[in-house]
Design a protein around this ligand. Structure first.
Ligand code: HEC
Length: 137
């Protein structure tokens, strides 16, 4: 009987970890950006690569749905918020509002902080893949 009681919480913990997809997250758990990294791993990793979140979603760019690799591309907070709200910059493939409110804020802050790690000169990545529409600052 005692053994059964022990197994249940362990199984629940394993499930919780699996559901978050938090394996491979490089952000320490006590870092303010950890929540954003977790959300990125959960919601964005299917289509985007970002090693800080353990995400490999850009691995096969021949598939249309796969988005930019954020190790090779620096994103600003503002652009991340814009892309989340509008479904990328084309609005064609990436779903809109996968995360909203405080979650969108957390993902955008995480992305601004951790994207572009393979970019030598951050200005090199300033050119968007898809031209960005004019918008209020
Ligand atoms: C179904 C696949 C898919 C998912 C899920 C997805 N994206 Fe995207 N995303 C794309 C594609 C494809 C593009 C490139 C085309 C475009 O910008 O419309 C893109 C573009 C972007 C861009 C703009 C990149 C640039 O510099 O041009 C950002 C920022 C972005 N995504 C962030 C996110 C975040 C954050 C999440 C999770 C909340 C997410 N994406 C989830 C497919 C996806």
């Amino acid at each position: 009987m005692r053994r059964v009681l022990l197994i249940i919480p362990l199984a629940a913990a394993a499930l919780a970890v699996g559901a978050c997809g938090s394996e491979g997250i490089e952000v320490p758990e006590d870092n303010p950006d950890f929540r954003g990294a977790e959300l990125f791993a959960e919601r964005c990793s299917g289509c985007h690569t970002l090693s800080a979140a353990g995400a490999q979603g850009s691995a096969n760019r021949s598939q249309r749905a796969q988005g930019p690799n954020f190790d090779q591309r620096k994103e600003t907070y503002e652009d991340a918020i814009y892309a989340i709200a509008n479904g990328g910059f084309s609005g064609a493939i990436m779903p809109q509002n996968i995360v909203g409110g405080g979650d969108a804020d957390a993902v955008a802050r995480f992305l601004a902080q951790y994207s572009g790690k393979d970019v030598r000169d951050p200005d090199d990545s300033a050119e968007p893949i898809i031209p960005r529409p004019e918008r209020e600052p």
